[in-house]
Design a protein. Structure first.
Length: 67
C-alpha cells in the first residue's frame, strides 16, 4: 500500500521534480551502500527499498515522456 501512495505522488509531480527526486534517491542509495561497506548500516532492507523507489521514479518518467 505504501508504494501505491508513493507512485500516485510521483504521477502528480512535474518532470523537473521527478529528476530532483531521482537524484536524491541515487544519493541516498550511494550513502546506504557506503554505510553498508563500513558496517555502519543497521537496516539493510532500506537499500532494496530505495532501489525499488528509483525504478518507480524511472517508470513514471518514462510514462510521462511517452504521453
Amino acid at each position: 500500500m505504501k508504494s501505491n501512495k508513493f507512485v500516485e505522488e510521483l504521477k502528480t509531480k512535474s518532470p523537473e521534480e521527478l529528476n530532483q527526486e531521482l537524484a536524491a534517491a541515487k544519493k541516498e542509495l550511494f550513502n546506504l551502500r557506503f554505510q553498508n561497506a563500513t558496517n555502519q548500516l543497521e537496516n539493510t532492507a532500506r537499500i532494496k527499498e530505495v532501489r525499488k523507489n528509483i525504478a518507480r521514479i524511472h517508470t513514471v518518467i518514462t510514462e510521462k515522456a511517452r504521453a
